[in-house]
Ligand binder design. Structure first.
Ligand code: WT7
Length: 691
């Protein structure tokens, strides 16, 4: 058994000071550490109702509580998921098998034999009964402006764009790269792809032209959909220019559809199609291509610890079912409510909880185009008041930023419409939890800390509805969702048994929403997720299991950074730095950052004989990262050093680099075994000068 549990020690307590406070107050049981019993709120205090919550299991005597339901879902996954699949999705052909394969085989299939279409599930089936219901609320960047789109309107947009794609030659299985601002057009384009059986690959509009080109080429996408410009925080972003630059490096691209987000005229080349003009004459009726359950619905690139970003692929039926079911039960979403997930559609959160989850449930979903601080730190709460949102789902990093601006920005606005407060992306530290609960939610709303990943398709751990009197504990997502069997593993790959413990977080049984592969690289998929601990899915995160079996996430165990909830591979940033002609080598690590959660710290070794000053170099290196990846990968600190600390066998000691970056000089350990121990003293000295 050769285990590949990288940097196993990284997750251990000392890694994340934001978390430490949570952990220690929980352990010492100080007064502020009380578990909350929110008897007036839905999540933590409702006995299961198989009439309203899970009508699929009404006939089963054994399901009387959420706990019963959870056990049932784990013991009888085929009954559990097949009943949900048949009742919550609309099929053009019923499936013959619920689930095939397992983690050891490395191939999982759900609902084979069945066919369906995701756009029919998200739109058509709602039209008969509630075509006039609002599907999308578009909160534009310009403060105070919003517009609403009914299901009927969305259906017409999807039809027109679908027909345009068909006419342009897009065929089932083709990849369509979408590089658009968060907008109804973006949602309609994703659903139009789904309708005609094409695979959408959304690239976050904050990534650079280079990053976009890499993703287009990896997916061999012939079609790109973009906008003339994007608007964010009052600033214009020249999206079309980025695409023009990307496409010069993408021989596979045959056409670029351009949506006009602003009035600005942009140069149009021979590949370019003006979407507004071209869709004018198209019919709103677009034929549906039925897809097999396991056909790919979409792919989405995400960073790993090594190599270039990987194209995570998701299935049509399994993914759709999982986002549908988790949306309803994680947030206790009720018909008629307005759900406000502020994430961009360029991330999985936007796919599952802006688009597929809410729309497949016939819900009303928000498209937030702006930033939490534009025009000021009251943006979210002014919007909550104006739109009367029932739910808000955001990232801890924005809470940490907003709480620093003071309570006035919150209290000024009426938040009484809010019922649930969700968050995702990184650990929700104690201070942010308390502020969210006390100030934003006025102690009325459940805080729903959700843990999941691009690869899991939907939420896997969250407080979720549980028995009357059950508690919510600040600082952890707590409970596994139905159908999700969690386990912790030690550095030797042995399961950590018992009620409490810590280790590598794994999911021990297949679930419909999990990614099926990495586009064009199934071996990498196996190596990353299924081989580290044979027989289970390896998440890459460390976790504590507390009393009651509640899970607390401690952070990544690998060389993946989580900067403001954005996932970045250290290797990607190093590759960008190493591209500079004056750079000999580099090592990038994360360090604790008050607002971003993790900041980026780059150690750079220069080649001999360079002529540029360090200041100029720093500027160029930052520009290089911005153009290779995007502004979100810019390092906070660049430290130039004559060499990097290495073991005698030549391995870079990242552990030491992380300790220095985190000011933990007394935790450097024994450095005498390094090949050049004196380099550590140099780095420590330089670091103190810089910070
Ligand atoms: C990584 C996945 C899934 C949507 C957003 C991010 C971290 C996610 C939590 C949480 C602690 C969290 C993990 C995970 N993460 N949610 N509630 N508490 N950490 O998706 O970009 O695929 O990143 O985000 O480290 O592995 P992603």
């Amino acid at each position: 058994l050769s285990l590949v549990l990288p940097n196993f020690g990284k997750y251990l307590s000392s890694n994340n000071p934001l978390l430490n406070c949570t952990t220690s107050y929980m352990r010492t049981g100080q007064s502020s550490a009380r578990p909350l019993c929110l008897s007036h709120c839905g999540l933590s205090s409702r006995n299961i109702s198989t009439t309203t919550d899970y009508p699929e299991f009404k006939d089963l005597e054994e399901i009387k509580t959420h706990d019963n339901l959870y056990k049932f879902s784990i013991n009888k996954p085929e009954v559990f998921w097949s009943r949900l699949a048949r009742s919550r999705l609309t099929w053009s052909k019923d499936f013959t098998h619920v689930m095939k394969g397992d983690f050891l085989q490395g191939k999982m299939e759900w609902f084979t034999g069945g066919t369906l279409n995701a756009s029919v599930n998200c739109i058509d089936r709602h039209l008969k009964t509630h075509g006039d219901k609002v599907a999308l609320i578009w909160e534009r960047d310009e403060p105070g402006t919003h517009s609403v789109y009914t299901y009927r309107k969305l259906s017409e947009m999807v039809g027109k764009i679908g027909n345009l794609l068909l006419k342009s030659g897009v065929k089932p299985g083709d990849r369509v790269a979408i590089y658009l601002p968060k907008s109804p057009t973006a949602v309609a384009t994703m659903l139009a792809c789904a309708r005609i059986g094409a695979i959408h690959s959304v690239v976050f509009a904050g990534f650079s032209a280079d990053a976009l080109a890499g993703r287009i080429n990896d997916a061999q996408a012939e079609t790109v959909v973009t906008a003339n410009q994007a608007v964010r925080g009052g600033k214009l972003i020249e999206l079309k220019k980025m695409v023009d630059s990307a496409v010069t490096r993408c021989p596979c691209v045959k056409r670029v559809l351009v949506y006009n987000r602003t009035e600005a005229k942009v140069p149009m080349g021979k590949l370019d199609i003006d979407m507004t003009k071209a869709t004018l004459g198209e019919s709103t009726d677009c034929p549906v291509v039925q897809r097999a359950s396991e056909d790919t619905l979409f792919m989405l690139y995400t960073s790993g610890s090594t190599g270039s970003p990987k194209g995570i692929t998701h299935s049509t039926a399994g993914y759709l079912l999982y986002s549908n079911v988790t949306f309803k039960h994680v947030f206790d979403y009720r018909d008629g409510e307005k759900f406000g997930c502020v994430a961009d559609i360029g991330w999985i959160t936007g796919h599952s909880y802006v688009l597929y989850g809410p729309l497949s449930n016939g819900g009303t979903t928000l498209l937030f185009e702006s930033t939490p601080v534009y025009p000021n730190a009251g943006r979210y709460w002014e919007m909550v008041e104006r739109l009367k949102l029932d739910h808000i789902y955001l990232a801890p990093t924005s809470l940490r930023l907003l709480l620093k601006s003071g309570d006035e920005f919150v209290k000024k606005y009426d938040r009484s419409s809010l019922r649930k407060l969700g968050c995702v992306g990184e650990p929700l530290n104690h201070e942010a939890w308390e502020w969210y609960y006390n100030v934003v939610g006025e102690r009325r709303c459940d805080i729903i800390d959700t843990w999941w990943q691009t690869e899991t398709g939907g939420v896997c751990i969250s407080p979720r509805p549980s028995e009357l009197g059950a508690e919510i504990i600040p600082g952890m997502p707590m409970r596994a969702m139905p159908g999700i069997k969690l386990g912790l593993y030690d550095s030797e790959g042995k399961e950590v048994k018992g009620e409490t413990g810590e280790g590598a977080l794994c999911i021990c049984q297949p679930w419909p929403g999990m990614a099926r592969t990495i586009y064009n690289d199934h071996d990498r998929f196996l190596k990353t997720y299924l081989k580290p601990v044979p027989g289970v899915y390896y998440t890459g995160d460390g976790a504590h299991r507390h009393k009651g079996g509640y899970y607390q996430i401690t952070g990544r165990m690998d060389d993946v950074l989580n900067v403001s909830g954005h996932r970045l591979g250290t290797a990607e940033i190093e590759d960008a730095l190493d591209d500079h002609p004056d750079v000999a080598e580099s090592a990038v690590v994360g360090f604790p950052h008050d607002i971003k959660g993790e900041g980026i710290y780059a150690y750079v070794v220069l080649k001999d004989g360079r002529t540029l000053t360090k200041k100029e170099l720093e500027k160029q290196l930052k520009a290089l990262i911005k153009s290779k990846i995007g502004g979100l990968a810019l390092p906070e600190i660049i430290l130039f050093t004559p060499s990097l600390p290495r073991t005698r066998s030549g391995k870079i000691m990242r552990r030491i680099l992380r300790k220095v970056a985190s000011n933990k000089f007394d935790e450097l350990g024994d450095t005498t075994t390094l090949s050049e121990p004196e380099v550590v003293d140099f780095i420590v000295k330089k670091h103190k000068e810089l910070t």
